[in-house]
Write a protein that binds this ligand. Structure first.
Ligand SMILES: [Mn+2]
Length: 375
């Protein structure tokens, strides 16, 4: 039996610009430690070969230091690694791969396949058929040559490719870097290891997307995994087991607030986020000033607990209640201003109106606190 570990889409060097710099640094750093965990897991599990199906690097221009650090992170598995370039790290004439070679970063147990030709390994005894991308976008199916490729009899045939299996992924992403559905069978493969789709996905009995081992975006279902693939021999169906590898869980939550119990529920939900959570919160609907203060307080505290929390309150309408206004002693002129601001949330300066109301909510909060009437 041969044991493979199939992974892809490491996106090493990704910058995470939507987060604050300290958080972005930690998310980028986590990708190295996840690779180190993969290596350690493979050693402990007695894996024979690790396959990396493209997008090892997020960009061609990553620093030399980053290249060295990646290959250092892989040191925990001394067996063979075979990788191919993807669209982010395509095997151009001059690429991150030629640079890695030139600076002497690639260890002897790592093979980078830059050409579409069979790679025959002795240990484990397998024939690998790689389909490396040599440009970022191609409209021809680079796995087409698999079927016509002769490999030594008795060796399992394993394909490695990066792109979109036609007809099974979300609409609109079928057009570039196409891979024909049914390629594993048509190419006489025992297993086809794919990259590019960041969630784990089974294509058919012999073909899977591993997904990225560390989630890197909010819309990536079933990510944060690698695949343990067991092959009994040529012709046998592979046994594929997803392994959890991700350190962080990414949550994209859109919440519409209508009644005060909605605020209470959301505050509870926010309070449950911890160090493994990366959160993007988009709020809509409406709340009174007191509710807004509760939310702002919950978000502020959660920012100190979660790995990262992004909150967008720009679609949340603030509607001061009579109680709010009474507590602000907002009679006369101030009362008129509040009414104006409330109506202003429908106008062209909605952001300003909302911010002003939120400020008033802060004052309200202070007044309540000094009166000793905690909500
Ligand atoms: Mn890709």
């Amino acid at each position: 039996m041969i044991k493979l570990l199939h992974t892809a889409d490491w996106q090493i060097g990704k910058l995470f610009g939507q987060f604050e710099p300290d958080e972005a640094t930690l998310l980028a750093e986590a990708r190295f430690t996840t690779v180190a965990h993969l290596a350690k897991f493979a050693s402990a599990e007695g894996v024979d070969l690790i396959l990396v199906a493209g997008d090892v690097f997020d960009a061609q221009g990553v620093a030399d230091k980053t290249i060295h650090r990646l290959f250092n992170a892989m040191a925990g598995f001394a067996g063979p690694w075979v990788m191919i370039p993807g669209n982010h790290d395509a095997g151009l004439a001059e690429s991150v791969w030629t640079r890695a070679e030139r600076i002497g970063a690639i260890p002897a147990n790592v093979t980078v396949c830059l050409k579409a030709e069979p790679l025959i390994l002795a240990r484990p005894a397998v024939a690998l058929l790689p389909a490396p991308l040599t440009q970022r976008i191609t409209y021809t199916d680079l796995t087409e040559w698999f079927a016509g490729a002769d490999t030594p009899a008795g060796l399992p045939r394993i394909g490695l490719a990066h792109g979109s299996v036609q007809g099974i992924l979300a609409e609109g992403i079928d057009s570039s870097n196409p891979i024909a559905a049914g390629r594993a069978e048509q190419g006489r493969l025992d297993y086809l290891a794919l990259g590019d789709w960041h969630g784990t996905k089974q294509v058919d009995a012999r073909c899977w997307y591993a997904g990225t081992p560390e989630t890197d975006r909010f819309r990536a279902n079933e990510s944060g995994q690698a695949l343990l693939v067991e092959l009994d021999g040529p012709g046998a169906l592979p046994r594929v087991t997803p392994i959890t590898t991700g350190q962080f869980r990414w949550h994209d939550q859109s919440v519409a607030l209508h009644v005060s119990s909605d605020v209470d529920q959301l505050v509870e939900r926010i309070a449950a986020f911890g160090p493994a959570d990366v959160v993007q919160l988009s709020l809509s609907g409406h709340t009174d000033l007191a509710g807004h203060r509760c939310l702002a307080d919950a978000i502020g505290k959660a920012r100190g607990r979660a790995r990262s929390l992004l909150a967008d309150l720009s679609a949340l309408r603030l509607e001061p209640t009579d109680d709010d206004i009474a507590a602000l002693h907002a009679d006369g002129y101030l009362g008129d201003v509040i009414a104006e601001l409330q109506a202003g949330q429908d106008g062209p300066d909605a952001d300003v109106a909302r911010d002003a109301l939120a400020l008033l909510a802060g004052i309200l909060d202070e007044q309540r606190a000094s009166a000793g009437a905690a909500r």
